[in-house]
Design a protein around this ligand. Structure first.
Ligand code: FNR
Length: 421
């Protein structure tokens, strides 16, 4: 092998000793290549009880792990020579447009994760042109979120109240403030048992113990934000409590029934989706009681541990309800490829829970923007490689639920479900 010393003119173009410019947060977020990187940043920057409140799930977290495994096990079948120049990620859901086939799921206590909380979330959603769902247990009120992002498409999530008058008050306020869709969460008759929260002695607001003071010394930004912004509260509700499970148990009603859903249907003029359905029977019962659509969800594994995985429950529900009922899916979605898989399996739309909160914890609104950008880019690449030029092109023929099972021909042998664009 002939060797020679490199010339300076050859070396120079290879050197990159630029001093990185820009704010540390911008650089930190730009360095995240996927949602798992954002999760790692979030973990470093957020006190353990808050991070674990998001990251954890119910019981032994079987469903939480299976949610992820279900997406990891998917095989996507590429479509070659499809002849498309562009990929269009836009769609319509619940009677309105969305620039991406995904929206932000309702999450409670959001300012506990990051001081920008719901306002950061709705502002990022507005920029991305996707819906933002505000939780009943949000830490900014219905009115505050509407005022912060008047142009955002806003949905409201309702935990049906024991007292119908209180539910009515909430949904009337939401409707008056321009929230166009109600997500009625039905998988929380009682609070799931979140063991990480028990072990962390999780409390709202956090108690100042020697452990939290130590934690503050390595996460100064979170603590500075927390201590210099207004105190955490369930902003749409009055009163608060220090112990989460007892609060939920006192607020929600295990005796709720389809009659309550029928009542709510008569009280809400907008679109109504029931969130937390995992079986064809329940899907049909909810539609019969007046729901416009459903969210196939196991609450991110946070309620009934060992409940079915959404991605696997979806095809049978799609087959039962037919093609005209809109189905959203959540639980476990962490990439654009996961979104594509859910749409191929029969969903019209996907909700992002933790994927959004990891971004928020990693960098407030800018972190959510980064998360949405990553998801959109991943989805665009996945669709291009699948040979799909629009959301409507995604179908079960592009998907096998289990790559190990060579007899698996996808959720349906033929295409059952057509998206309306
Ligand atoms: C939630 N979720 C939830 N759902 C709901 O209907 N009302 C709520 O107040 C909350 N709160 C909440 C807090 C936190 C920290 C998380 C992580 C989740 C459930 C949420 O809407 C969604 O169903 C799941 O998060 C979906 O699973 P992934 O995307 O987190 O895996």
């Amino acid at each position: 092998m002939k060797r020679s010393l490199p010339q300076w003119s050859e070396l120079r173009p290879l050197l990159n000793f630029d001093i990185p410019l820009g704010r540390p947060k911008t650089r930190r977020l730009a360095g995240a290549a996927d949602l798992w990187d954002l999760r790692r940043i979030a973990r470093r920057r957020t006190p353990k009880p808050a991070f674990d409140y998001v990251d954890g799930a119910a019981g032994a977290e079987h469903t939480y792990r299976r949610n992820r495994e279900s997406f990891d096990d998917v095989e996507l079948v590429p479509g070659v020579l499809a002849g498309h120049e562009h990929v269009d990620l836009s769609t319509r859901i619940a009677g309105g447009p969305s620039r991406l086939p995904m929206g932000i799921a309702p999450t409670g206590f959001t300012r506990f994760m990051h001081a920008e909380g719901e306002i950061g979330g709705v502002s990022a959603a507005a920029k991305a042109g996707i819906p933002f769902s505000l939780s009943t247990m949000g830490t900014r009120s219905i009115e505050e979120v509407a005022a912060a992002a008047p142009d955002a498409r806003r949905w409201f999530q309702l935990y049906l109240w024991k007292d119908h008058d209180k539910s009515r008050d909430l949904v009337e306020r939401a409707w008056a403030e321009g929230y166009d869709t109600l997500l009625v969460t039905v998988d929380t008759a009682v609070a799931g048992q979140r063991l990480r929260d028990v072990r962390n002695g999780m409390a709202i607001p956090p108690k100042l113990t020697p452990k939290t003071v130590l934690d503050a010394s390595v996460r100064p930004e979170w603590w500075f934000n927390f201590l210099t912004t207004d105190s955490l509260k369930f902003a749409s509700l009055s009163g608060t409590s220090h112990h989460l499970p007892s609060l939920i148990n006192s607020m929600f009603d295990p005796t709720l029934s389809l009659d309550d859903l029928r009542w709510l249907r008569s009280a809400w003029p907008g679109q109504l989706f029931v969130k937390g359905v995992l079986s064809p029977d329940d899907a049909l019962r909810c539609l019969d009681a007046g729901a416009d659509g459903l969210v196939v969800s196991n609450h991110g594994g946070r309620q009934l541990d060992r409940s079915p995985v959404s991605l696997h429950a979806l095809p049978a529900i799609r087959a039962a309800v037919g093609n005209d009922v809109e189905l959203m899916l959540d639980s476990g979605v962490m990439s654009g490829a996961d979104v594509a898989a859910a749409l191929c399996a029969g969903a019209d739309f996907v909700l992002l829970g933790r994927a959004y909160l990891y971004g928020l914890m990693a960098g407030g609104q800018a972190g959510v923007e980064r998360a949405l950008r990553l998801l959109a880019d991943e989805l665009r690449v996945t669709m291009a490689l699948l040979g799909a030029s629009s959301v409507a092109d995604l179908g079960p023929e592009m998907l096998r639920l289990n790559w190990r099972d060579k007899n698996d021909v996808g959720p349906h042998p033929r295409r059952l479900h057509t998206h309306t664009a």
